[in-house]
Design a binder for this molecule. Structure first.
Ligand code: MG
Length: 333
């Protein structure tokens, strides 16, 4: 099989401010494995760059063999590389699998495309009034709010007054244990579904300390939970986990992570990085296995070079095409 790749520069519709970073653009990499498509997202938090991901793909190119149906063997034989580059190859293999058999990936996985949960829409950090207005204007029935600033309670209060949407918040590892213990009971007053990653990744003792305080809002792990092994390490410490292809290293490991979470009675949210319709559509094929979906990546991008997953408000429809079903947008480049 022949692997090639190209860089894509993605312009964001609004500046994406999180607890640790700000960006107006992202530079991802699209992988082509014969006719299969994959994507590697360069996420600043994981220190991935577009150039680094391309170097990784160049090293992986000679380890792919000629049989796209040997997905397990191929992935097990890859040399060490970033999770995002691994995900690009994994997704391209799954796309190729479906294309060669003429079937959508969800069908090969035995999943019901009618079971895709509605997606949330993300409100990036800004002044509380600006965030509240964005939440109201979006019209979305599920809003995910980025926190981790000094205004966290004011933000949630303003958004709660602006919309009756279901609210989820994401601290992106932005709080100390003491801040979390102080804030979470106060935020519970605003009827939150859950809080993502209140503490720094890997602070298992902190999670144990928080959970002992019965703070009244379920806690989900994101930055601290990448793979199936990470899910297992958090047994009893989280009510749910956030699964992303770019963290897991692709569809294969994401399926394992979901299975481990289920075995531990954890809930599962499927999410994405800032990715084009290639990465996000690939992820969406796993959505029927998940309780919650946060797949608004393409909605945050002004110049997505691809089409795939369809959005009608918060309702998602998987493409009924072979493989992951992402195709080049008419008129691109
Ligand atoms: Mg998150």
């Amino acid at each position: 099989m022949h692997l090639t790749w190209e860089g894509v520069t993605l312009n964001l519709r609004t500046t994406f401010r999180l607890a640790r970073s700000t960006s107006d653009q992202r530079r991802n990499v699209i992988a082509h494995l014969d006719e299969g498509l994959g994507e590697a997202a360069a996420v600043p938090h994981y220190h991935d760059t577009q150039a680094g991901l391309m170097d990784d793909l160049a090293r992986l190119a000679s380890h792919l063999g000629d049989d796209p149906f040997q997905i397990e063997d191929i992935l097990n034989g890859l040399p060490p590389c970033s999770q995002a580059a691994r995900a690009a190859v994994d997704v391209a293999l799954h796309d190729l699998w479906g294309k060669r058999l003429g079937q959508p990936l969800y069908r090969l996985l035995g999943l019901n495309p009618g079971r895709v949960p509605q997606t949330s829409f993300t409100i990036a950090m800004d002044e509380p009034a600006v965030m509240a207005e964005r939440a109201r204007q979006s019209g979305y029935p599920i809003i995910k709010v980025k926190l981790g600033s000094a205004d966290d309670e004011a933000i949630v209060s303003a958004i709660r007054q602006a919309t009756s949407a279901r609210l989820r918040v994401d601290a992106n590892a932005g709080w100390t244990r003491e801040q979390a213990a102080d804030l979470i009971p106060r935020l519970a007053e605003y009827d939150l579904e859950f809080i993502e990653q209140p503490l720094p990744a890997g602070d298992l003792e902190g999670l144990r300390w928080l959970q002992a305080r019965k703070l009244g809002v379920p806690i989900f792990g994101d930055e601290g939970v990448k793979t199936a092994r990470d899910v297992a390490r958090h047994a009893g410490l989280l009510e749910g986990v956030v699964i992303k292809l770019m963290k897991a290293g692709g569809i294969r490991e994401a399926l394992r992570a979901i299975a481990v979470a289920r075995s531990l009675d954890m809930r599962v949210m499927l999410s994405c990085m800032i990715e084009t319709s290639v990465g996000v559509t690939a992820a969406a094929h796993l959505a029927p296995l998940c309780d919650y979906v946060d797949l608004d990546g393409p909605l945050l991008i002004a110049n997505d070079p691809f089409v795939g997953l369809r959005y009608e408000g918060a309702t998602l429809t998987l493409p009924d095409l072979p493989g992951i079903g992402a195709t080049v947008r008419n008129g691109y480049p």
